[in-house]
Ligand binder design. Structure first.
Ligand code: ATP
Length: 369
């Protein structure tokens, strides 16, 4: 993206904060799709709503957009303004959908300028604006193309340019990359990341893809069955999950249960370091597959012994399933080049900083940060 790209007023506008206060949503006479939630989106941040299908992500986004309205008592605030009862066209939001929602019988330029025409922007100004936006989304020179002559990735870039054309106060994106193939998704994700940061616009992004959530979100909201399970930075969510749902939804988690002994959690196949565990206390420790080191068996200090059950070579890394005599095998991911065989006995070490525990358990009543 060239540094000459300007986006007239949007970058000069003060980014907006958004607040949902006790917003719930019940459709028909069913169970609530959304329990009462409180959520604050900081000015200029990209907030990602992440969770499995049906958890209420899209409903939350649509409440912010003004495409749905909360049950009685819920309030939506844009800055200091209460927009709870305003429809979408009065809220100043730009939206991008998974299925592009472009006008198929119009050119790229006409699609982008649609909202500007409605706002009666002068033709010359409109053309200049289209060029700026096309450059911003890396589609220079494509203004006259028909929509059906574009690839999926290009269509989504047009949809993004169209959403930004009217200089919205807030950008809302609902699974915008889901329809694209993996490589394209990554390219567009990187461009989008750069663009959102450059514009400094408040953005809310819905996805069920944890990689996308981590890469794009300043903060991530993990949702489960109409509730917010956790809000935090991608690192918080990954390294400090507040419950088992979050721990298992994001990445892969190993668990071992053992008994405290001199700053370690001991179990039949060995031990992991855990300064917080008290002697004779039963606890479960969690750790990520990529944090487990494979160490030679004869190494002094190899903390866990296990038997390789199976291996999967994944190109940039190898994944091993290792039986350590517990209920579940341990999953190990290593970037080391090596070949391991089923039945082989190996040593594993988990560094202390990689060992996690769920907050509040088993220390009932202990406050979490
Ligand atoms: N218009 C509607 N009428 C009735 N039920 C609805 C409506 N919209 C959503 N729901 C229900 O509300 C719940 C939450 O749906 P929502 O679309 O917000 O989930 P989601 O997390 O975005 O899921 P997905 O990733 O599948 O889109 C689901 O049980 C869904 O079936």
């Amino acid at each position: 993206m060239s540094s000459s790209t300007s986006f007239s007023n949007t970058t000069a506008l003060k980014p907006l904060s958004i607040k949902l206060v006790q917003c719930s949503k019940t459709f028909g006479n069913g169970a609530p799709a959304l329990e009462p939630i409180d959520l604050e989106i900081h000015p200029g941040e990209t907030l990602v709503l992440l969770g499995p299908s049906g958890c209420g992500k899209t409903t939350t986004l649509r409440l912010i957009a003004g495409l749905e309205f909360p049950d009685a008592g819920g309030r939506v605030l844009f800055g200091d303004e209460d927009v709870t009862d305003l429809p979408i066209e009065k809220r100043g939001v730009g939206m991008v959908f998974q299925n592009y929602a472009l006008f198929p019988n119009m050119t790229v330029g006409e699609n982008i300028a649609y909202g500007l025409k409605i706002r009666k922007m002068a033709p010359a100004e409109r053309l200049a604006k289209i060029d700026t936006l096309l450059e911003m989304v890396h589609l220079q020179g494509l203004s006259h193309r028909r929509i059906d002559q574009l690839s999926g990735g290009q269509k989504q870039r047009v949809a993004l340019a169209r959403a930004l054309a009217v200089e919205p106060k807030v950008l809302l994106l609902d699974e915008p990359l889901t329809a694209l193939d993996a490589k394209l998704r990554e390219t567009l994700r990187a461009d989008l990341n750069q663009l959102l940061r450059k514009l400094g616009i408040t953005a809310i992004y819905v996805t069920h893809d944890q990689g996308e959530a981590m890469a794009l979100g300043d903060r991530v909201v993990v949702m489960e069955r109409g509730k917010i399970a956790q809000i935090g930075s991608p690192q918080d969510i990954y390294y400090r999950p507040v419950n088992n749902f979050v721990a298992d939804f994001i990445g892969t988690m190993n668990r071992v249960t053992g008994v405290g002994r001199a700053g370690q959690l001991s179990f039949s196949a060995g031990a992991v370091p855990m300064a917080a565990v008290k002697d004779n206390q039963t606890m479960t420790a969690m750790f990520r597959p990529e944090d487990v080191d494979i160490v030679p068996l004869e190494t002094v200090g190899a903390e866990i012994f296990g038997d390789v059950m199976s291996t999967f070579f994944m190109g940039d890394r190898t994944r091993l399933l290792v039986d350590i005599g517990g209920e579940m095998p341990i999953i190990v991911e290593t970037r080391r080049r090596g070949v391991w065989h089923a039945g082989e006995r190996i040593g594993l070490r988990v560094p202390e900083q990689a060992v996690m525990q769920l907050p509040g358990k088993p220390w009932e009543g202990e406050e979490r940060a």
